[in-house]
Design a protein around this ligand. Sequence first.
Ligand SMILES: Cc1cc2nc3c(=O)[nH]c(=O)nc-3n(C[C@H](O)[C@H](O)[C@H](O)COP(=O)(O)OP(=O)(O)OC[C@H]3O[C@@H](n4cnc5c(N)ncnc54)[C@H](O)[C@@H]3O)c2cc1C
Length: 363
Amino acid sequence: MIKPIAIVGGGFSGLLLASVLGDEVVVFEEHDKVGRPPHCTGLVSLRTFRSISRLTGIGSEVIEGYFNELMIKPLSVDDYVVLKLSEPVVKLDRVRIEELLANIATSKGALIKVNHVVTKVSPDGTVLVKNQVGRFSTVFIAEGSSLRLCKFLNLCGKVIEKLVGAQYLLKCYKCPDEGIYVLTSSKLTKFFGWLISYDKKLLLGLITRKDPSIKLKYLLKMAVKEFNLNIKEVIKVFGGPIVIGYPRLVPYLGNVFAIGDAALMVKPISGGGLYGAVRQVMAISKSFNPPKDLSKSKYLRLMLTTVLNIYSQIKLLRLILSTYGTYDSLIRSLIRSGIKDVKVIDYDNHLLNVLTNLVKLLT
Ligand SMILES: Cc1cc2nc3c(=O)[nH]c(=O)nc-3n(C[C@H](O)[C@H](O)[C@H](O)COP(=O)(O)OP(=O)(O)OC[C@H]3O[C@@H](n4cnc5c(N)ncnc54)[C@H](O)[C@@H]3O)c2cc1C
């Protein structure tokens, strides 16, 4: 056994955990590089970013923008609903942060093995990688939304929906004012998009069920019209799958734990997988005394509020969508009712906060 703990997957969750556990771990990554694909927008609450900082020492060099509000705008309507945030949302440089996490992990003695696909994990901590068997005291599966190993072990919870996120990174001759604009459309159901203007760049993206490239082109056309964009260059087009579902209350089997997207720790709407992963790594760091076993009861206790938060936000989202049909009709009806300023307490609990604020405004 090369190290007592194995982490399967060198994405954000696996690298964050490796940067905390250091010398005790080996990370197996199937690609030739860790931290890829860089599919993510990188929005987190300042509080979540501070937790990353406390866990790793990474500072504000990875922050590309600070935002105090979200402007929600149906395409072809001039009005906005403004969600005011009690503390900023920050946009992280996702490629840079994963490079730094990998450096921190290796400088603390973690082994990172790229081009190593794990094909099987057993509850006793046995891992099959490159046709070799290794036995570990603890295995963390951080395989992302592929859920290949977690599904086999029945570890990932209940998947409700598989969505796709896609985005353009653009350079403009003149960008709109810095901000986050969330876009809805009456023409596209099960859809919302975003336009983030920061640091003289624009990120234009969307979440949808299928045909992301056709919808992304449509969104670009609409955004050019609505925001008078004069685009200089498409820097890149990128994206990836997003799974939404109820995480398991007990995300382990024997010595094997699921973390990150693999455990469905994804807050809906804001694509908030980083929040869930950070909360898990914080809980692991407090309940683990490597190389001894992780105190499972302490870990579960520490994770309970986060799991319930994700759970209730997904339930709420489904309730909202079953009532209004689409995001677009919800936003249009808020605008029609004159509700244009909603004070949101906390980005990490945004759906619950929006609902309580709406109830207050309506009563
Ligand atoms: C378009 C888009 C926008 C998003 N925006 C945001 C946002 O603004 N804020 C936010 O918080 N979240 C956002 N997310 C979600 C966020 O990107 C994910 O939650 C996060 O990347 C999950 O990290 P992870 O480490 O769990 O999984 P991943 O980043 O997917 O990493 C998994 C890693 O495991 C490796 N792997 C998989 N299987 C194996 C195997 N069998 N053996 C070895 N290696 C394996 C993969 O190659 C990969 O490197 C967004 C996602 C998308 C697609």
